[in-house]
Design a protein around this ligand. Structure first.
Ligand code: 5CA
Ligand code: ZN
Length: 410
C-alpha cells in the first residue's frame, strides 16, 4: 500500500540518547538495544471509520520512539499493517449499504492525510491484509503442516500450547485472558476447540463474505496471524518494538507473538511490547463501537492547527489512560503561540541545555510532559529576556529540536 509523505526531520548537533521504554512482558522500563537499523512494528487501523484522537495519540507515541532512535543515529525500519478485511469493517459496510473495499480505501486515505498533517513519520512498509493474503495463508499452511494448528469445520485454529511461552507478553491469569478474549473478538465458547483460548487463524468461506482461494482452502485470514506474518516476513524474529494501544495487550499481541513463535521455534517475537494508554471522552474509552469520537479530520476541517492537536496529545504520558477534555486544545493553542513567539526572538535563551533536557526526558520512556515543561521554561525566559547576554543565541537550534524530537513544526 501507498504510505504517506514523510516530514523533514532536522538533524541536531551533539549526541542523541539510548531509548529506555516500558516493556509490558517484563513489567519494566528497559533499554531498547537496536542495531544500526532499529526495527519496529506498530499495529495499524481497521479502516471502517475516521481516525479519532485515541488512534492519533497511539501513533504519536510510536512516532516519538522513531524520532529518539533517529536522533541516536539509527536508521528505522518501520512496518505497519491495515486490517482492511475483518468483521467490524464488513459489518459497517453492510449496515451502511456500502462496498467494504470502497469503505476501507476511503478511511485509509483519510488516515494517511491525518497522519501526514500531524507530521507522523510514515512506515517504510504499509501493508494491507488484502494484499498480504498469500503470505498469511502460506504461514497458516506451515503451522498446519508442522502440527501447530488444526482444522475445525471450515476454519483453522492455532493451539495455544504450541508456542511454549503463551501468556508471557500480557502476564494475565487464565481467568483474565478468558474474559478479555470474549470481549475482544475471541470465541472461547466455540465447541470443538482444543483450548478455549485457541485463536482463529483462518476463517473458511462463508456465504456473503469475501474470500480468497489459498494454500489452505477458500476463506480469509484471522486477525492475529495477519500481524505475525506481516511483521515476521519483514522484520524477522526478535525485532525491537511491537507497538499498539493497551487494548492490544491481550489477546492480539499475545497471539501474534505465539503464532510467530510456534512457526519459527524462536523466542521472543519482539524484544519490547509497548502499549499506549487509552484516550477517553466523558469517562469512556474513545471507540468506534461506543461512538464517542473526536475525529482528527473534523478538527482539521474546522481549521484547527494540526500542530496544536499534536501538542495537546503529547501533553500527557503516553502510557496513561487520559481524558480528552474541552480545555486541552485551547491550552495547546496558547502554548504553541508562546513557543512560536519565543523562536522568533532574535536573542533566545541558551538552547543546548534545553536540547539536552528534551533528549534526556524523551529517552526516559518518552516523558513528553517534562520535555514540554522544559520548553515552557525556555520560552518564558526568552520572552522575558532574563538570560545573560553572553548566553543568548539564535533560536534556530531550539526550533529544530522541537521539530526533530517532538515532531512539532513551529
Ligand atoms: N487493526 C487493529 C490492530 S492490528 C486495530 O486495533 N485497529 S483499531 O483501528 O481498532 O485501532 C488502531 C490503534 O489505535 C490500535 O493500536 C489501538 O490500540 C489504538 N486505539 C484505539 N482506540 C484507542 C483509544 N481510545 N485511545 C488510544 N489508542 C486507541
Ligand atoms: Zn495488529
Amino acid at each position: 500500500m501507498q504510505s504517506w509523505s514523510a516530514p523533514d526531520v532536522p538533524s541536531l548537533p551533539g549526541r542523541g540518547r539510548p531509548l529506555r521504554l516500558y516493556d509490558t512482558a517484563t513489567d519494566q522500563i528497559r533499554p531498547t538495544a537496536p542495531g544500526p537499523t532499529a526495527k519496529i512494528y506498530v499495529c495499524g487501523i481497521t479502516p471502517y471509520d475516521a481516525t479519532h484522537l485515541g488512534h492519533a495519540a497511539t501513533y504519536l507515541a510510536f512516532d516519538l520512539v522513531q524520532r529518539v532512535w533517529l536522533d541516536g543515529g539509527h536508521d528505522v525500519y518501520y512496518v505497519q499493517n491495515i486490517t482492511d478485511v475483518d468483521d467490524p469493517l464488513l459489518e459497517r459496510a453492510q449496515d451502511t449499504g456500502s462496498d467494504w473495499v470502497a469503505l476501507a480505501e476511503r478511511e485509509t486515505d483519510l488516515f494517511r492525510q491525518d497522519m501526514a498533517a500531524l507530521r507522523v513519520l510514515p512506515p517504510k512498509d504499509y501493508i494491507g491484509v488484502v494484499e498480504a493474503v498469500d503470505e498469511i495463508s502460506d504461514t497458516v499452511a506451515k503451522l498446519l503442516a508442522d502440527g501447530h494448528a488444526y482444522r475445525l469445520g471450515e476454519d483453522i485454529y492455532a493451539g495455544v500450547a504450541d508456542s511454549g511461552h503463551f501468556g508471557y507478553e500480557s502476564r494475565y491469569s487464565r481467568e483474565e485472558m478468558l474474559t478479555l478474549f470474549a470481549e475482544r473478538g475471541g470465541d472461547p465458547q466455540r465447541p470443538g476447540k482444543r483450548d478455549a483460548l485457541d485463536a482463529l487463524l483462518w476463517r473458511g468461506r462463508r456465504e456473503g463474505e469475501p474470500f480468497w482461494e489459498s494454500a489452505v482452502g477458500p476463506g480469509r485470514p484471522g486477525w492475529h496471524i495477519e500481524c505475525s506474518a506481516i511483521a515476521f516476513n519483514r522484520l524477522g524474529m526478535g525485532f525491537d518494538v511491537q507497538g499498539g494501544g493497551s487494548d492490544l495487550r491481550f489477546p492480539h499481541h499475545e497471539h501474534s507473538a505465539a503464532h510467530a513463535e510456534a512457526l519459527t521455534g524462536q523466542w521472543p517475537f519482539a524484544r519490547h511490547y509497548v502499549h499506549a494508554g487509552m484516550i477517553g471522552l466523558d469517562g469512556e474509552k474513545m471507540s468506534k463501537s461506543r461512538g464517542n469520537l473526536v475525529f482528527v479530520s473534523k478538527l482539521r476541517g474546522a481549521r484547527v492547527d494540526p500542530m496544536a492537536i499534536r501538542l495537546a496529545l503529547l501533553d500527557g504520558h503516553y502510557r496513561a489512560d487520559r481524558e480528552w477534555t474541552g480545555g486541552r486544545l485551547p491550552a495547546a493553542e496558547t502554548r504553541l503561540a508562546t513557543w512560536r513567539r519565543a523562536v522568533q526572538c532574535d536573542r533566545a535563551a541558551h538552547g543546548q541545555d534545553l536540547v539536552d533536557r528534551i533528549r534526556d526526558r524523551l529517552a526516559d520512556d518518552l516523558d513528553t510532559e517534562a520535555a514540554i515543561s522544559a520548553i515552557d521554561r525556555w520560552a518564558a525566559n526568552t520572552l522575558e529576556r532574563r538570560q545573560a547576554a553572553a548566553e543568548a543565541q539564535s533560536p534556530a537550534l531550539v526550533r529544530n529540536a522541537i521539530d526533530a524530537l517532538l515532531g512539532i513544526r513551529l
